[in-house]
Design a protein around this ligand. Sequence first.
Ligand SMILES: [Zn+2]
Ligand SMILES: [Zn+2]
Length: 335
Amino acid sequence: MYRTCAFCNGKLDGDGGPSGLGVGRRLAFDEWKGRLWVICPKCTRWNLAPLDERLEHVEALARAAGEGRVAAATEQVALIRWRGYDLVRVGRPPRLEFATWRYGERLKARQREQLKFVIPLTVATVGLAVAVNVAAGGSVGVFVWNMPNIARAMYTGIIGRRTVGLVEPPICERCGSLMHLRAKHMAHARIVPDGTAGLGLVLSCPDCRSEGALLVGADAQAALRQGLTYLALARRGRERAEDAARLVEGAGGPDRLIRDVARRELTLRSIAPERRLALEMAVDEQAEVEALERQWKDAEEIAEIADGLLSTTAELEEELRRLKNRKPLGDQPSS
Ligand SMILES: [Zn+2]
Ligand SMILES: [Zn+2]
């Protein structure tokens, strides 16, 4: 393996660690295609390892990556920290492992957001309660212990009152009123199959309480996600990311799970909590697909250039310039 960067001539750092290459601190690999790169610390470009050295090194890296900590990941790219090394895994990973990681992080983020509200309110109220307690001679202790739950309920109320972001509010077919939909109303919405868009959402009118409109496409997806976020707070159970990821996996992927749920035509609130979390994951995943498809295509293009499928240096440089000037991908949707 070379010691300097093929692009900027800078010295490559590190000793290759688990790869056995003898050089590199940030290493990228594709297990499926048997590709391996040392990433330059100076210009951040990827230096491809010579073919004859690759396979066993890739295997060794994959083993180390299995023991490392996933610091960030998309569907096809994962940054893994292993001791002092950064391992970048590209290619299609096993879905279960990554879904669990991603949604585990998302659940934690949701809890953190909730605590930002619950803790200050609890502290403030407990302070007040202690003062009242002292004044009353110590008889209202029970009230204090209920505070986190009360604060949580208030937080759920806030999320539930958020307006559902639709381009145009639908009009109820039954009573003719404009539906001002809030997240909590989505609990009564029913998921149904929809031929072209995959899933539709039958809305229950907040005024007359009957099913009065149907959302499809992006609107249905957005309303569904908001409703699911609200329900995850309002009907908190013991559902765990791993179990939900397993359900998605068991159904045969996000698309299949969404179709399975839609076929039953249940309202959001009557779906079992674990399945509802699985649905939330599935809908999120589907929303990401477009962005991910582009990422995957880019990664493939870069790999093929790096593997020398483009013959001349000029061609290669031009291709790299083109990829570099490309607009960045849109932000990942957050919950
Ligand atoms: Zn370089
Ligand atoms: Zn109505």
